[in-house]
Ligand binder design. Structure first.
Ligand SMILES: [Zn+2]
Length: 261
C-alpha cells in the first residue's frame, strides 16, 4: 500500500501526517531532503526475514524504501539481534517509510531514506516497543523492562544512523522512533555534542539502561560526560562519549548489549 500523504490525511492518521513535518531533519549544515517518485523506491514486504506490519491496521503491508537505506536497515536489524541476544522477530511494526512529499519535500521520508519503527514482535510477544504512549502507563518491573529495552534498541539505532528521534525529542515520537540516513549516509553514525537528539539519547540510556541519574537536559555537560566514563571503563575504549568515534560507538554497543537484570 503506497503511503500517500493525501490518503493518510484522509484517514486522519495524525501520526504519519505529523511524521512529514515532525520527522523533518532540518538543522543547519545537514544535507537537504528531496523528493523521489514511486519508481525510485522499491517496495518491500519484509525487513530481513520479518514481515513489515502497519501499526495503524495491524496488517502485513509493503512499504517503499531507497535501496541503500533499506540495506542499512537490514544490517541494523541483524546487528541489533546479535548485540541484544533477542530472539528473531518475525514482524517489524511501523508507521511508514517513503511518503509522496511533492512538492515540499522537507523530510527524509520523502526521499525514501527514513523509517518510523514502532515494535519488534515474535509470534504474539512484543520483544521491544517504541510505543512509549502505551508502556509509559505500565508500572514497576514491567515499566522498567520495557523502558530499558527501548533504550537498548535506541542505542543500536543511534549506532547505525546519525539522525534518530525518540520520545524525548517531541510528542510526535511518543509512538515510534524515527530513523533516517540524511546526515550519516551509508556510514555508521558519529557523535556531535551539538546534537540535542544524540545528547538526550545518551542521557536517556544512562538513566534507563545504566541506572546513572543524570539530568535529561539535551545539553552536553560534565555530569553526562563523567557518567559515560563509568560505562566506558568496562569496554575496550575507555574515556567519555565525546572523546571520539570509538568511544561513541563503544558506548552504544555496550548499551545495546546490556541485559536487563
Ligand atoms: Zn519519521
Amino acid at each position: 500500500m503506497p503511503l500517500r500523504r493525501r490518503t493518510l490525511l484522509a484517514l486522519g492518521l495524525g501520526t504519519i501526517a505529523a511524521g512529514v513535518a515532525g520527522c523533518s531533519t532540518g538543522g543547519g549544515s545537514s544535507p537537504s531532503a528531496y523528493c523521489v517518485s514511486t519508481g525510485q523506491v522499491g517496495r518491500h514486504s519484509r525487513l530481513g526475514n520479518a514481515r513489515l506490519v502497519y501499526d495503524i491496521s495491524g496488517k502485513p503491508t509493503s512499504f517503499r524504501f531507497d535501496g541503500g537505506f533499506y540495506d542499512q536497515l537490514v544490517r541494523w536489524l541483524s546487528d541489533y539481534r546479535e548485540l541484544s541476544g533477542t530472539k528473531p522477530p518475525d514482524q517489524v511494526w511501523t508507521y511508514g517509510s517513503w511518503l509522496d512529499g511533492e512538492p515540499n519535500c522537507d523530510s527524509w521520508h520523502d526521499a525514501g531514506r527514513a523509517f518510523d519503527l514502532s515494535r519488534l514482535v515474535a509470534g504474539n510477544e512484543v520483544l521491544v516497543s517504541c510505543r512509549y504512549d502505551l508502556w509509559r502507563n505500565y508500572t514497576g518491573a514491567r515499566l522498567q523492562y520495557f523502558r530499558s529495552r527501548y533504550w537498548a534498541l535506541a542505542a543500536s539505532l543511534h549506532l547505525h544512523f546519525a539522525y534518530v528521534l525518540t520520545y524525548l525529542y517531541n510528542s510526535t515520537h511518543h509512538n515510534h522512533i524515527h530513523i533516517d540516513n540524511g546526515r550519516s549516509g551509508d556510514q555508521l553514525s558519529t557523535f556531535s555534542k551539538r546534537s540535542p537528539s544524540q545528547v538526550q539519547a545518551v542521557q536517556g540510556m544512562l538513566n534507563h539502561v545504566w541506572g546513572q541519574r543524570v539530568e535529561i537536559s539535551s545539553d552536553w555537560n560534565d555530569e553526562t560526560a563523567d557518567a559515560t566514563r563509568s560505562v566506558l571503563e568496562r569496554t575496550e575504549h575507555p574515556g567519555a562519549v565525546d572523546d571520539g568515534t570509538d568511544q561513541w560507538r563503544a558506548f552504544l554497543r555496550a548499551t545495546a548489549a546490556h541485559r536487563p537484570s
